[in-house]
Design a protein around this ligand. Structure first.
Ligand code: PLP
Length: 433
């Protein structure tokens, strides 16, 4: 244990080193992105010392006159981005947003339809036995959407059969949660929402990953396709700091509000609310172009990787329509080993359970896949032609032991990409001193 003063300097040095490393890497974790300088500055403002609680204008604490205006602006802009009647920007994370929605509309013991984790589901929609938030924290029973591996999407007919069967068994499916973490193609919300509603369920959509693509008009539009509630993270394909939010119709707003506060949050991180507000303003201006460039980059990356001989999932449907590209890396070993090997080359990706892994005896530490995301590289300004280099470097990383060459190529490729694009004014990406 170092002395306080030593630890203090060491921590600052570690943070500086982290920034230096990421400035010289390929940051491709699909749930990550970078924020503009202004967003990062408001995160360190005095708002981060304050409490509000409650709704703007009806706060539990004094001192909120400015934050109230900021939060109302955040709400107003989010409503516009998602064409929603109601938005709550207080959840401090995507998981928190999901828990608030479960609490508002289900009771422990109810059933919820969601994707299994190897088919793209997230821990927050997972079963109790896997310590998933839905099962462990809220006591929901999880039933799975049927999934078609070839299509890399939910199987509509088979899922309808499952819903009828559950209904016949007397199990009430109280909620269906579309969306996921491995998320290549729009989900069949329109095709399934009637079946869910008829069985007495609420149609929800977890847009944690794809919210920016939804707002940018490049993915599906869940609230127009039958979803009544949409939860999302503000930092994956959106421009915000790490946080969550919920969008819905006005009809459901009172239940959501109560469930967010006092139900599942007390302090709602006011600096983060200001960051979300700035990010929504940036997205209103630049979101369309950004979302279009993200999807084009992901497609280009997938196509080049496939040409280089990598096994890219979703081939039948053109590999991807989101910010993600999924690789089956079993010909090299497993996703865990590839994640570590790529990290040594400064390529930051995450290992990924892919459909069929559990049947093949593979688990979370040694899954069959890796997941790549292009949201951050796109925000840093990379375009389709840069994806040729990115694909070559990833292929080099996976198929050879040439670590030095990979690092050198990344260093050269990253040199011109050191600012955050799609933002107001100039915005250096790395400025921590
Ligand atoms: C990332 C993710 C979440 C959680 O969001 P956090 O903001 O990390 O809490 C929820 N659902 C899905 C599908 C996700 O991928």
């Amino acid at each position: 244990m170092p002395r306080g003063s030593e630890a203090y300097s060491k921590i600052l040095r570690l943070v500086r080193e982290h920034e230096r490393w990421f400035a010289d890497s390929l940051p491709m974790i699909a749930s990550e992105n970078v924020t503009s300088k202004r967003v990062r500055e408001v995160l360190s403002s005095d708002l981060g010392h304050r409490y509000a609680e409650g709704w703007p204008g009806e706060r539990v604490y004094a001192g909120c006159k400015y934050i109230d205006e900021v939060e109302l602006l955040a709400i107003q802009m989010a409503k516009k981005l998602f064409k929603a009647e109601f938005v709550d920007v207080r959840p401090t994370s995507g998981v928190g947003a999901n828990l608030a929605v479960y609490s508002a509309f289900t009771s422990p013991g109810d059933s919820m339809l969601a994707l299994s984790i190897p088919n793209g589901g997230h821990i927050s929609t997972g079963k109790r036995e896997f310590s998933g938030s839905a099962g462990l924290v809220h006591g929901l029973e999880i039933e799975y959407f049927a999934f078609d591996k070839g299509e890399m999407n939910i199987d509509v007919d088979e899922t309808k059969r499952r819903i009828s069967k559950l209904h016949a068994e007397g199990k009430v499916v109280k909620m269906a949660m579309f969306g996921g973490s491995l998320f290549l193609f729009p989900h069949p919300v329109r095709e399934l929402s009637e079946a869910v509603t008829e069985a007495g369920g609420l149609v929800c959509y977890d847009a944690a990953h794809v919210a920016g693509l939804v707002a940018g008009g490049q993915f599906q539009d869940p609230l127009r396709e039958g979803a009544e509630v949409m939860t999302f993270s503000t930092h994956k394909t959106l421009f915000g700091p790490q946080g969550g939010a919920i969008a819905s119709s006005l009809k459901l707003s009172e239940e959501i509000k109560k469930s967010v506060f006092p139900g599942t949050t007390s302090n709602h991180h006011l600096h983060s609310v200001a960051g979300k507000a700035l990010a929504f303003a940036e997205f209103l201006k630049f979101g369309h172009a950004y979302a279009r460039d993200v999807v084009n980059n992901a497609k280009a990356l997938a196509e080049h990787l496939s040409e280089l001989g990598e096994v890219v999932l979703g081939e039948k449907n053109g590999f991807t329509r989101s910010h993600q590209v999924a690789l089956d890396v079993t010909k090299y070993g497993d996703g865990g080993a590839m994640e570590r090997k790529l990290e040594e080359m400064n390529i930051i990706v995450n290992r990924q359970l892919i459909p069929g892994d559990l049947q093949a005896g593979r688990h979370y530490t040694n899954p069959g896949g890796v997941r790549l995301g292009v949201s951050e590289l796109t925000r840093l300004g990379m375009r389709r032609n840069d994806m040729v280099d990115v694909a070559e470097i990833i292929h080099l990383g996976l198929s050879t032991e040439r670590r030095r060459e990979a690092r050198r190529r990344i260093h050269e490729l990253r040199a011109p990409f050191r600012t955050v694009k799609y933002s107001f004014g100039s915005s250096p990406a790395y400025f921590f001193r």
